[in-house]
Structure formats: C-alpha cells, structure tokens
Design a binder for this molecule. Structure first.
Ligand code: DOR
Length: 446
C-alpha cells in the first residue's frame, strides 16, 4: 500500500497525554511521522485522508472475542470476525478457545495463527484453553501452548470448577508470565438460568442466574491468585459485589486485572423483555445499580479494560425458544458507538474510554507484538479514525460479522468509526470518507 497521510485530525492518545490538532503519516507499516501538517516535508506519493472534525486514536484492542473458527464457521470465521473488528475500530483481537476442536493443543493454536497470517484485516491473537477439551479435568500443557503463541489461558464459557486445578493453572501462569482469564460462573448455581435472578426473571417467568454464581468464583479465584502469585484476569464482570471483591483484592496487592463488556456497561436486564434471545448473554445483563457500579469501577481503575465478548450466533439458533437459544451478543461493530453514549451521558470521560480500549489492554498483552495502543514515532501503525458526533442507526443486516444477534437493532448511536488502519494497511473505511491523492498545488504548502 502507498504511504498514507491522515491530515489535520484531533490526534488523541490518552496513554501519552496527546490531544492535539495534528496529522499522522504512515509508511512501511509504522508511524513515520506525527505533528502539525505544515511542519511536515511534502510527500506527494501517498494517499490522503482529510480528518478535519475527526479523531485519530490508537486502534482498539479487544482482549475477549469469539471468532468461532475452527468448528463453527456458520457463526463466524477468523476472516469475517476480523473484518467486523476493523469496522468497529479494533486492530487487535484476542479470540477465545471454545472452538471445535478447542484450542487445547499446539496444532489447533497453529491453525488459528496460520489463518490469522492469511492477510486477515486485523491482528488476531489466540487464547488457549486452561483444561483439556475445556472439560475441567486436567490442565493443558500450558508451556507448550505458550510456546505455540497463546496470549493467555481460558475455558471461557465455563469455569474451572476444581479449585486445585485452578491453583495449578495460576502457578503456571506466574511462571509463564501469561494471564489466566477466568469465566466466573458456578454452574451449580446458574444451571438452567437464562437471565439475571431478580424482578425481571420473576416477572417474565424465566429461570434466573443469581449474582452469587459469579461472585463465589471471583472470590475463590482472587484468593487463589493471592496464594499463588499468579495472574488472574476476571472476564466480563457483571455484578456490583464482584467489583467490590476485585477492589479489595487490588488493595491487598493481588495480581488481578478485570474487564467489562459494552453491554454490561450500557444495558440492563430489562432488555430481555424487549429483545428476547438477542439480549440473552452470559453473564446476564444485570440491574441498573450493577451498571452504575461497573461504570464507577471503570472510572476508579478497579476494572482495567473494556472487552467486547463478541459472541456471534446464527439467526436460526437465536430464533429458538428462550431456554434453548445460546448466550451471546455480536458486539464488535456496535461497541464504540454504544460506549460513546456513556461519554455523552457524562458518566465516563473520553480519555478513560479510549485508554481502556487501547493503552491499558496493550499493557496486559505486553510488548511481544511491538508497542501497541500508542501513537508514537516508529510504533506499528494501528490507528482508528472516528467521528465522535456522527449518528447512525444499528442495522444488524448490514453487519460484516456473520452474527446479527444484538439487542441494539434499530437504536441510534452517536459516535462512528470512519476508518481503521491495521499494521499500516487501511482495512476499513466508511463510505462517506474520501481517500485522495495529494494535489500538486499542495506542493510545498505542507
Ligand atoms: O454470552 C456468552 N457467549 N458468554 C460466554 O461466556 C460464551 C459466549 C459464547 O461463546 O457464545
């Protein structure tokens, strides 16, 4: 691809404290220059995006999504999921191992990495299983999977219910320097549950999932992380008491990080009444009070990152009765727009929002893949350009993801990704954004 000049946007990198009306020049996959346009030497052999009125930020990093390949290609593939990610402004996504076969062996991890290397839109990093076959009975060869290239370990969709196995996994995680990403759910408490246990489950006559199903495992795993010194990352935190447990563990110095999804930050259990199976997600959407505490936790560093838990399913599966339909929301393409609602409601600052989608998840991944989540000279050119004020209506039929399962259909969101550049390549561009070549008459005026 030709070099790309992104001109005169609001360059915004809260990780570095940059918020300037600047331009960015991308060449050979890296950020070759950034600053005021008129300070730049003329570059005529390049493409130009005029970013006036737009924000240029580091590409978003999603530590938790489901790309379904191998095994469930009817729901998503690594190629479609990474295109959907690009449309959502993400340049790095970590894919969960609940595939078929699961990512519990070197061959399957290498299969994912090979697919990810086939020129897909964004960087795809696999998460390996904690237990063989995700059965909770014996640990995978964690060192082997680490050497194959996994960025963490998770039985996502299931908890490791045996505490001794979890203890061993955390001990190994410390040695390997990789996080154990725990899906916290005591299935003996949640079994058969569909929605949050409370007034809505009672009103709709649906079986509930009590907050304690999550909190009991969060409490256990924080203790095990304290015991072992291992790295625990709590996936999709959904309840106020989980937040409190994580807050206290952080105060005690436990090595814990935590994530929250856009849907748990913006929607409540009431959505199930209006959107049925498209609002059926695990953990379930909770109460308004939980949502408020999750937002507070994002603001005070108790929760580190926002991760989509993008979980695409087919229309046929989501058309099943409530009891039988699978859990999950297809979230990559709506994440940014829905989160901007929190900024407009003055609940989260734009700095906090962008940091928790960029620099903070980058710090959890470490520097193995170069310096991610920053806009700086020489860094890999992973960039998003967004229009913070553009309104758009969510139309699942227009999703790039194969998963159309969203409770946001028909909703107007304010804030839209206009272009995404991954490793120096323009991998997504909104139809309304022009890509130009420089005019000769600009020569010498840059
Ligand atoms: O809603 C969910 N869907 N939660 C999970 O933990 C798993 C995911 C899936 O794989 O569909």
């Amino acid at each position: 691809m030709k070099p790309l000049l992104i001109r005169d946007g609001q360059l915004f990198d809260p990780g570095q404290g940059i918020n300037e009306s600047w331009s960015l020049f991308i060449k050979d996959g890296v950020i070759a220059w950034l600053g005021k346009t008129r300070m730049m030497p003329p570059q005529l052999d390049c493409d130009v995006i005029s970013a006036q009125g737009l924000v240029i930020a580091p590409g978003f990093i999603d530590l938790h999504c489901h790309l379904r390949e191998p095994g469930f290609e009817e729901k998503e593939t690594i190629a479609t999921g990474s295109q959907a990610a690009a449309r959502g402004g993400f340049t790095t996504v970590c894919c969960m191992p609940n595939t078929l076969p699961p990512l519990d062996n070197r061959e399957t991890v290498e299969f994912v990495l090979a697919k990810a290397a086939e020129g897909v839109a964004v960087r795809v990093l696999p998460v390996g299983c904690i237990t063989r076959g995700r059965k909770g009975e014996g640990l995978v060869d964690m060192a082997e999977l680490a050497s194959a290239g996994v960025v963490g370990f998770s039985d996502d969709g299931d908890t490791v219910s045996n505490p001794d196995l979890m203890r061993q996994a955390l001990e190994l995680s410390r040695k390997l320097g990789l996080p154990v990403i725990e899906h916290c759910e005591d299935k003996s408490l949640s079994k058969g549950g569909i929605v949050n246990e409370g007034v809505v489950s009672a009103r709709l006559g649906l079986r509930g999932i009590p907050p304690a199903a999550e909190e009991s495992i969060v409490a256990r795993d924080l203790e095990l992380a304290r015991l072992t010194g291992g790295r625990i990352h709590v996936a999709h935190v959904s309840t106020r008491d989980s937040v409190e447990l994580i807050r206290r563990a952080k105060e005690k110095g436990v090595t814990v990080t935590a994530e929250v999804t856009p849907h748990h930050l913006t929607l409540t259990e009431e959505e199930v009444a209006n959107h049925g199976t498209n609002a059926k997600v695990n953990p379930p959407l909770r109460t308004r009070q939980d949502v408020e505490v999750l937002i507070e936790a994002l603001n005070d560093d108790t929760i580190d990152v926002i991760a989509t838990d993008h979980a695409p399913h087919t229309v046929a599966e989501k058309s099943l009765p409530m009891e039988e339909a699978p859990f999950g929301i297809s979230g990559l393409e709506t994440a940014f727009g829905s989160l901007m609602g929190l900024v407009y409601a003055e609940k989260v600052s734009i700095e906090t929002l962008i940091a928790r989608l960029t620099a903070v998840p980058a710090s959890i991944l470490g520097e193995k893949f170069g310096k991610l989540g920053v806009l700086e000279f020489g860094a890999v050119a992973d960039v998003v350009i967004f229009d913070p004020t553009k309104e758009w209506v969510v139309d699942p039929d227009a999703f790039i993801s194969k998963g159309r399962n969203t409770p946001l259909a028909g909703r107007t969101l304010k804030g839209k990704v206009m272009a995404t550049i991954s490793r120096g390549q323009l991998v997504y561009k909104d139809d309304s954004l022009d890509l130009n070549t420089p005019q000769d008459n600009l020569r010498g005026r840059w």
